[in-house]
Write a protein that binds this ligand. Structure first.
Ligand SMILES: Cc1cc2nc3c(=O)[nH]c(=O)nc-3n(C[C@H](O)[C@H](O)[C@H](O)COP(=O)(O)OP(=O)(O)OC[C@H]3O[C@@H](n4cnc5c(N)ncnc54)[C@H](O)[C@@H]3O)c2cc1C
Length: 517
């Protein structure tokens, strides 16, 4: 199969990018693939909202920039922070024009506040902002005849000079598993846009869905593309401790924004002893404080006391949290919610320029799989959906020019080599793969999680080495499967994270090595 542009991923980044191209360039053909259904993304689970300056009387770009830089702890790219925040307003308008609804009050956008923000500036739709965006974008993308959406198609590897035996230093598309046909297909494309999201599944406790296994990062690593800042993993401070259908459910920061208070086992509100901003301090500080309190008091959770929030207000603003808690027998807001930190967001990723171009020509990365410099050492709450919108727009501008001026001839893409090795795949569930994934998560959680140490990282490297060897010997024996692709990517991403962590000699933002405290 060949196309002008291959978009890998159907979250806010992939869909926004594809809409931008499809709307303005009906002559360009796009193929968009997603490893599951289009709806199943990190995006759909976003609760809090998008950080955008819209109340210019009270708020300003300057304040949002300052908050972002503070959260990023000296590691943000100041010029990137500035344009993302200044362009956000226009990108939000487009999202609304494409059918996304946001909560309003007296015909103005209803704004809420989250940790690290000095003003109320989070635009949201109840506590289901991501789902609202995702559904609107899916509806919109289906209206374009020049976009072909392929669900259940899994990226295996990017096609590069390594496969074509050329020396152009470009990306030519991807090898992809079709789950339905049970085979590996070649998709040749002039530009390839990775929007594969994060890798929360590297950890035992994560707010991310099962598909967040860092596939784009793994593929880019194998294509020798620069990956930056992977050690900066944001743990969300407040994930609900009892799981729902096996998944960890997030309690948005907005609950603390509306008056929720964290209390330890002894009923003491402890955040003010860690940071002057108390419960609304940036996430890294709150997550570490909770982990520390849990260690000190030998507790498996911390209480989020929501009793200051009226029941009507709670139910209206946080309907999903209300429903899920009640389903578990937690009578919010009267009763506290048991919470603990969980891996939430990868601040690092594929290094890209201000137009989302990676180091490899023809390869772009947008959203959580990318490293733009916006988040530095710690992402400010609700800045990630914003980043996706702004960079999708910029990538669309740049890639349009790339495919007309820098790409190779159509014949080149039509004659790419097929996948070397078995073209068939096995789709059956394999216990060994699940077991290796489980062990990898345990290693990462114990040795490369919220608290790291020199010795811990060494242990992690050794134990990951064993997992790598075992996965390699499985690869020799078995056919390639979607699950094996995930395992392979998880091992690669874990390896980069550990190696990059070993290089860091000071603690900033989300990165904390006890030996450098
Ligand atoms: C519970 C939760 C709450 C959040 N709340 C907020 C919030 O309030 N505000 C905010 O700004 N951010 C929030 N975030 C973060 C934000 O949702 C994500 O960073 C953002 O949605 C990422 O979008 P994306 O398009 O880059 O990736 P995703 O939305 O994760 O989409 C990834 C896509 O890539 C596809 N994919 C992955 N691997 C492959 C493969 N091998 N082959 C083919 N396709 C593949 C997936 O199928 C999916 O379609 C939250 C995250 C979570 C998990």
């Amino acid at each position: 199969m060949t196309t002008d542009i291959l978009v890998i991923g159907s979250g806010i980044s992939g869909l926004t990018y594809a809409i931008k191209i499809a709307e303005h360039h009906p002559e360009i053909e796009l193929v968009l693939i997603a490893k599951d259904e289009l709806l199943e993304t990190n995006t759909r689970y976003a609760q809090g909202g998008i950080a955008v300056v819209s109340d210019f009387k009270q708020d300003s770009f300057k304040k949002h920039i300052k908050d972002t830089l503070i959260a990023g702890d000296g590691m943000c790219e100041a010029s990137v922070v500035q344009f993302v925040i200044e362009e956000g307003h226009q990108r939000l308008k487009e999202l609304q024009e494409w059918g996304t609804q946001f909560d309003t009050l007296k015909e103005e956008l209803h704004l809420t506040k989250e940790g690290g923000h000095s003003e109320k500036r989070i635009v949201h739709y109840k506590d289901q902002t991501g789902l609202q965006i995702q559904e609107a974008l899916i509806k919109k993308i289906k209206s374009f005849p020049n976009v072909r959406c392929l669900e259940n198609h899994v990226l295996v590897d990017l096609i590069t000079d390594h496969h074509t035996k050329t020396k152009n230093k470009k990306c030519y598309g991807a090898y992809v598993i079709s789950k339905e046909k049970e085979e590996i297909i070649t998709i040749g494309s002039k530009a390839t846009i990775l929007t594969t999201g994060g890798a929360g599944q590297l950890y035992s406790h994560t707010t991310n869905p099962a598909g967040a296994t860092g596939d784009g990062l793994g593929a880019a690593y194998r294509a020798k593309v620069k990956i930056q800042g992977l050690s900066y993993v944001q743990f969300h401070p407040t994930a609900l401790v009892p799981k729902i259908d096996g998944a960890t459910f997030l309690i948005t920061e907005a609950v603390r924004g509306e008056g929720g208070v964290l209390k330890n086992k002894h009923g003491k509100a402890f955040m003010a002893t860690y940071d002057l901003r108390a419960d609304l301090a940036p996430r890294d500080i709150v997550a570490r404080a909770i982990a520390q309190e849990m260690q000190n008091t030998h507790a498996t959770s911390i209480a989020l006391d929501c009793s200051k929030i009226g029941k009507k207000q709670f139910k209206e603003h946080f309907p999903t949290i209300y429903q899920n808690c009640h389903q578990l027998g937690i009578q919010v807001p009267e009763q506290s919610i048991p919470v603990a930190p969980a891996a939430h967001y990868f601040c690092g990723g594929i290094a890209v320029n201000e137009y989302s171009r990676s180091e490899l020509d023809g390869l772009y990365a947008i959203g959580e799989c990318s490293y733009t410099g916006l988040h530095g050492a710690n992402r400010l709450a609700s800045n990630s959906l914003l980043e996706s919108l702004v960079f999708a727009h910029r990538a669309a501008l740049d890639s349009k020019t790339y495919i007309s001026e820098e790409a190779l001839s159509d014949e080149f893409y039509e004659n790419l080599p097929v996948w070397k090795g078995n073209l068939e795949i096995a789709v059956e569930k394999m216990e060994q793969i699940s077991d290796l994934k489980l062990r990898l998560r345990q290693v990462m959680t114990e040795y490369a999680g919220i608290f790291k140490s020199i010795e811990g990282l060494e242990q992690a490297e050794t134990k990951l080495g064993v997992i790598y060897q075992e996965s390699q010997s499985l690869y020799q024996k078995l056919k390639l499967t979607p699950q094996f692709c995930e395992l392979r990517n998880m091992v690669s991403v874990a390896y980069i994270l550990i190696k990059q962590s070993q290089q860091i000699k000071s603690n900033q933002g989300t990165f904390y090595n006890a030996d450098y405290a």
